[in-house]
Design a protein around this ligand. Structure first.
Ligand SMILES: NC(=O)c1ccc[n+]([C@@H]2O[C@H](COP(=O)([O-])OP(=O)(O)OC[C@H]3O[C@@H](n4cnc5c(N)ncnc54)[C@H](OP(=O)(O)O)[C@@H]3O)[C@@H](O)[C@H]2O)c1
Length: 431
């Protein structure tokens, strides 16, 4: 019988307990796939007595995950604590310094500290695997790093945050407001009490920074990701999107251009005929486009105990088999530092919604500003008329440069007849 791979797990919450469950339930199957038994030898969490629905009776317990990473009898340390630094970072560093492989699901840690950790892993000659950190159960890290290795990746984009996709889906299907859906998601435990990581696009931005590093061989640059969330999306915009043949999705996208690396997370109007427009609820999806393969789309659960543990265990099996790739697909020393393309250089068509007081001359004032900025209107919808209340005016704008659009919107916001800050949503061509 081959030597077992000894595993120490730091963090026994949703993903940690889920990982233990997969390892316990699929022991024989995994031993066959890994070529040797996978044995959990040590665990660490905050509370030793909490019932986690899985047995930890036969394993060593550590109060301190860093001590576990240093001292436990383990070939690999699994970091499932969370957070961009603190005990998560210290645990990974201690494990690599002690000559152990590391597996983590922690996108926040990697987005901020991944470059340094990848260097440390390379120096130690150990694996730093992170399949679960991007899009949960979808094996997109392995796909980019290995399955698509024969391609120049031209673009990668996707729905990277299940909470936002769930909120947008519920708003559209149930005709409910953003606040209402978020409130319910928090009560049901789908969204955090402090939801900004999700709804302000930060979580998606962290995942995008990892995806673009894998896709373009660049050093992880989370600070270079341009991020907008979904708080400003109203039911009115969702209805107009439907009418215009679009669906609103929070997408992250990355591509290399002559202006630099574009890494962007913001809500977009996506053509309803595109497959990604139909990825609904808490699902995630990632599209990777390669010069030889063309479009590939991966869809599945982006979070939850089972799907995330599935990805963690796949990383463990690779280590057990001695199947090793550099953390980000190419050697840490060969990763390029690419300049970021400023959002002002973005070009594309736009949806603009204004709330205006319904009186003569309003549209003339608005169109004069767009004319001054050389931004042209493709079509306009102005339906409801009201003597007393503001009415929506929806403008479908031809392709133009973002900087010009932003200048025009700043001026339009100051017009007396425009009663709310304009809503602007970029229309995305995914062709
Ligand atoms: N949940 C998901 O669906 C999902 C999906 C993809 C990626 N991830 C990532 O996976 C990681 C874990 O997420 P999770 O949802 O499983 O988190 P969680 O449920 O909050 O679990 C965190 C675990 O870490 C333990 N912990 C916290 N501080 C500790 C410390 N100082 N020392 C030792 N243990 C400590 C906690 O102990 P106690 O249990 O004793 O409090 C708990 O078991 C995060 O990086 C997250 O971003 C999660």
């Amino acid at each position: 019988m081959s030597q077992p791979l000894c595993i120490a797990i730091a963090g026994l919450g949703t993903v940690g307990a889920g990982t233990l469950r997969v390892l316990q339930q699929h022991g024989d199957l995994l031993a066959a796939r890994a070529g040797r038994p996978l044995a959990v030898t040590a665990v660490s969490a905050k509370s030793r007595t909490k019932d986690r629905g899985v047995s930890i009776d036969d394993v060593a317990w550590f109060d301190d995950p860093v001590a576990m990473a240093r001292e436990a009898e383990a070939d690999v340390v699994i970091e499932l604590i969370g957070g961009e630094d603190g005990p998560a970072k210290a645990t990974c560093e201690a494990a690599l310094a002690a000559g152990r492989h590391v597996v983590t699901a922690n996108k926040a840690l990697l987005a901020v500290n991944g470059a340094g950790l990848a260097d440390a892993a390379a120096q130690a000659g150990k694996a730093l695997n992170f399949e679960a950190a991007v899009a949960g159960g979808i094996p997109i890290v392995k796909a980019l790093r290995e399955g698509l290795a024969g391609n120049n990746i031209t673009r990668v984009y996707g729905i990277l945050n299940g909470t936002c996709n769930y909120i947008l889906t519920e708003m559209r299907e149930q005709r409910r407001s953003f606040e209402d859906v978020l409130d319910e998601a928090q009560r049901l435990g789908y969204a955090e009490a402090e939801p900004s990581m999700d709804v302000d696009g930060i979580d998606a931005g962290q995942k995008l920074a990892l995806l673009s590093s894998l896709a373009f061989g660049s050093r992880i640059n989370f600070d270079g990701v341009y991020i907008e969330g979904i708080r400003h999306i109203s039911l009115l915009d969702i209805d107009y999107a439907e009418e215009l043949g679009y669906r609103i999705k929070l997408l992250g996208s990355a591509q290399r251009t002559e202006r630099g690396l574009e890494q962007r997370v913001y809500p977009r109007m996506v053509d309803q005929r595109q497959p990604i427009a139909h990825v609904e609820g808490a699902e995630n999806a990632v599209v990777a486009i390669g010069d030889f393969v063309g479009n590939t789309m991966f869809q599945g659960a982006g979070a939850g105990a089972g799907p995330t543990a599935s990805a963690v265990v796949a990383d463990i099996v690779d280590i057990a088999r001695d199947h090793r790739t550099p953390t980000l697909g190419i050697s840490a020393g060969e990763l390029e530092s690419l300049p970021e393309a400023p959002i002002g250089s973005h070009r594309g068509p736009y949806y603009v919604r204004l709330m205006v007081s319904d009186r003569p001359g309003v549209i003339a004032d608005v169109t004069a500003v767009f004319r001054d900025e050389a931004v042209s209107i493709e079509s306009m919808i102005q339906r409801a008329r009201s003597e007393t209340e503001a009415v929506p005016v929806v403008l479908n704008m031809h392709e133009c440069e973002e900087a010009a659009m932003q200048r025009a919107l700043s001026r339009i916001a100051t017009l007396d007849s425009v009663v709310e800050a304009p809503t602007m949503i970029r229309i995305e061509s995914l062709a």
